[in-house]
Unconditional design. Structure first.
Length: 232
């Protein structure tokens, strides 16, 4: 086999792998989504644990030609705890504080993408500057997985449920997480996918035929991750 044929066969073998990599959405736990749940009243006494310092949720979005990853600042948050049981909590996200990590060294395109994410195509920050997550239930959960992936929490021990509000939509989501109760703090680690269109973020929706034909779609699933240390 001559050198030309070797190169040609190598390209034929490698190209589908590259395309598959670019076109794949992040593989992670899929959050269970349903109608918003009623928030129960929490009776005293409880101990409130609060987020301290700078906290962010991380996100990954993908499209056929690549991906972006970044952060959104969590401006405040707390958990209400009694006898080592988490009874409730609330976290607020500042959608004016979006950062694109993969464009840190490209300020022009960083500014352009941040502006687009803040526009009505995505979060519509002018009308809805804040997002929120209101915790409604934390249950014991056991489903050990030996998955070699950064997009999964290893050995989650809790199923967390709460109402997620983005734009003018509120839906309940449930996702596995690792909750570690310590002497004076609680650590909560989670990684999961949500379908952005459920909250009205439908720009270049991948289910639309016209977007598919033009190969101009953005995958609807977005990966969300956080690792919070919440202190007494």
């Amino acid at each position: 086999m001559n050198d030309f044929n070797i190169i040609k066969n190598s390209i034929i073998f490698i190209l589908p792998l590259l395309l598959l990599c670019c076109m794949s959405e992040p593989k992670s736990e899929e959050a269970q989504v349903r109608e918003a749940q009623e928030e129960g009243n929490i009776e005293e006494p409880v101990t409130n644990y609060h987020l301290t310092g700078s906290n962010h949720i991380s996100w990954i979005g993908t499209k056929p030609t690549g991906r972006h990853n970044g952060t959104i600042r969590v401006s405040q948050g707390f958990l209400s705890i009694r006898n080592d049981s988490i009874l409730g909590g609330r976290f607020s996200m500042d959608l004016n504080d979006i950062h694109i990590l993969d464009l840190e060294k490209d300020p022009v395109n960083h500014k352009k993408l941040v502006s687009h994410l803040k526009s009505s195509d995505f979060f519509d920050v002018e009308s809805y500057p804040m997002g929120s997550f209101v915790l409604t239930e934390v249950k014991s959960y056991s489903n050990p997985k030996d998955i070699d992936s950064d997009n999964f929490v290893q050995n989650p021990n809790s199923m967390v449920t709460g109402n997620l509000t983005l734009r003018d939509s509120t839906l309940s989501i449930s996702f596995p997480s690792k909750v570690l109760l310590k002497d004076s703090s609680v650590q909560v680690i989670a990684k999961f996918n949500i379908d952005r269109t459920r909250w009205g973020i439908s720009y270049r929706d991948e289910t639309k035929v016209e977007n598919k034909i033009k190969d101009k779609f953005i995958h609807n699933k977005v990966n969300i991750a956080f690792d919070f240390e919440i202190e007494k």
